[in-house]
Design a binder for this molecule. Structure first.
Ligand SMILES: CC(=O)CC(=O)SCCNC(=O)CCNC(=O)[C@H](O)C(C)(C)COP(=O)(O)OP(=O)(O)OC[C@H]1O[C@@H](n2cnc3c(N)ncnc32)[C@H](O)[C@@H]1OP(=O)(O)O
Ligand SMILES: NC(=O)C1=CN([C@@H]2O[C@H](COP(=O)(O)OP(=O)(O)OC[C@H]3O[C@@H](n4cnc5c(N)ncnc54)[C@H](OP(=O)(O)O)[C@@H]3O)[C@@H](O)[C@H]2O)C=CC1
Length: 283
C-alpha cells in the first residue's frame, strides 16, 4: 500500500510538527483542528521553522514554497475522505480520541490507516472504537518533531503486520528512526520518562531543592539537554498529568500517582510554555 495523502488531526505543537515533516518529505498534508485560528497558528509555526531553514541555507526559498503548497488547512473532519493515512494528534483524552476514530472509520476509504500520536493511551482500546482494528496503530513522535529522530511505533493487539510495515517504511521516509514497541500504558518512552519528571515535581513539592537546582542537577550531572521541570513545561503539564493518570490507572500501582503539585498547576491553567506559565514563566 502506498501513502501519498495524509491528514493530521490537531494543529497543536505535535500536530503542526508532524504536518511539517510529512510535507517536507513530499506527502500532501491536510492539517485539521477544531477552529480556523488553531490551524492558522499551526501553519504559522511551520512557516517560521521553514523560514529559519532558508536563513540557515538548509533549504531554498523555492523549496520552502513547495513544502507550503503541499499543506492544506481544514476544520472539517470529512476532509479525511480522500486520504491514505490519518495521524491523530488531538489532546491526550481517550473519550476525544475514540470519538475521532469512530468518525474517521465512517469517513475514510477502506484502505486508510488510522494512526494515533498518543503518548500513553492504549492503541488497542482506540482501535476498538473502529471496525478496522487491524489498520489502527500508534505513531508516537517526539517533541520537537522536526528535531527529534525517534518515532515509537506501537502495535495494538490486532494491528496487521502489513500495516506495521507501511508505517515503519513511511517513518524512514520522514528521516526518522522507527522503534517497535508493544501496547502497554506509556509504551517505553513515557513509562520511563514521565515517572522521572513526576519524581522531579515531588522533589520540588517536598522542598528538597529549588526548581532551578533540580534542573541544574539533571542537566549538569546527567547530561540531560533540559532539566525535568523545564522539559515538563515544554511537553505541557496537562499532557504530563494525563500520562501519569494513564500509568496509574493502567498498572493500578501507586508508584505512578501524580504529584499533587502537578494537579494544582494544571487546575490553575499553568500548562507550561504553551500557556506562558508552568514551573517557569515564558513572557
Ligand atoms: C511526552 C512525549 O510523549 C514524548 C516526548 O516528546 S518527551 C520530550 C522529548 N524531547 C526532549 O527530551 C527534548 C529535550 N531537549 C532537547 O533535546 C533540546 O533542548 C532541544 C532540541 C529542544 C533544543 O536544543 P538546544 O540546543 O537547547 O537549543 P537550540 O540551539 O535553540 O536548538 C537546536 C536546534 O533545534 C531547533 N529547534 C529547537 N526547538 C525547535 C522547535 N520547537 N521546532 C523546530 N526546531 C527546533 C533549532 O532551530 C536548532 O536548529 P539549528 O541548530 O539547525 O538551528
Ligand atoms: N507535548 C508533547 O511533548 C507530546 C505530546 N504527544 C501527544 O500528542 C497529542 C497532542 O499533544 P500536543 O500537541 O502537545 O497538544 P496541544 O494542546 O498543543 O494540541 C492539541 C490540539 O488538538 C486540538 N484538538 C482537541 N480536540 C480536537 C478534535 N476533536 N479535533 C481536532 N483537534 C482537536 C486542540 O484544540 P484545543 O486547543 O481547542 O483543545 C489543540 O489545538 C497528545 O495525545 C499528546 O499526548 C506525543 C508526543 C509528545
Amino acid at each position: 500500500m502506498n501513502v501519498s495523502k495524509v491528514m493530521i488531526i490537531g494543529a497543536g505543537q505535535m500536530g503542526s510538527g508532524i504536518a511539517q515533516v510529512c510535507a517536507q518529505a513530499g506527502y500532501k498534508v491536510i492539517l485539521n483542528d477544531l477552529k480556523p485560528e488553531f490551524v492558522e497558528r499551526g501553519l504559522g509555526v511551520i512557516q517560521k521553522n521553514l523560514t529559519r531553514s532558508v536563513d540557515k541555507g538548509r533549504m531554498t526559498e523555492e523549496q520552502k514554497q513547495e513544502v507550503l503548497a503541499r499543506l492544506t488547512a481544514s476544520t472539517n473532519i470529512n476532509d479525511a475522505s480522500g486520504v491514505d493515512l490519518v495521524i491523530e494528534a488531538a489532546i491526550e483524552n481517550m473519550e476525544i480520541k475514540t470519538k475521532i476514530f469512530a468518525q474517521l472509520d465512517q469517513i475514510t476509504p477502506e484502505h486508510t490507516i488510522l494512526a494515533s500520536n498518543t503518548s500513553s493511551l492504549p492503541i488497542t482500546e482506540i482501535a476498538a472504537s473502529t471496525k478496522r482494528p487491524e489498520k489502527v496503530i500508534g505513531m508516537h513522535f517526539m517533541n520537537p518533531v522536526p528535531v527529534m529522530k525517534l518515532v515509537e511505533i506501537i502495535r495494538g493487539l490486532a494491528t496487521a503486520d502489513e500495516v506495521y510495515q507501511v508505517i515503519e517504511d513511511m517513518t524512514k521516509t520522514l528521516g526518522k528512526v522507527p522503534v517497535e514497541v508493544n501496547d502497554f500504558p506509556g509504551f517505553v518512552s513515557n513509562r520511563i520518562l514521565m515517572p522521572m519528571i513526576n519524581e522531579a515535581i515531588y522533589t520540588l513539592y517536598e522542598g528538597v531543592a529549588t526548581k532551578e537546582a533540580i534542573d541544574e542537577v539533571m542537566k549538569l550531572g546527567m547530561n540531560h539537554p533540559m532539566g525535568p521541570l523545564t522539559l515538563a513545561d515544554f511537553i505541557g503539564l496537562d499532557t504530563c498529568l494525563y500520562i501519569m493518570e494513564t500509568l496509574h490507572e493502567g498498572f493500578g500501582d501507586d508508584k505512578y500517582r501524580p504529584c499533587p503539585l502537578l494537579r494544582k498547576y494544571v487546575k490553575a491553567g499553568w500548562l507550561g510554555k504553551k500557556t506562558g506559565r508552568g514551573f517557569y514563566s515564558y513572557e
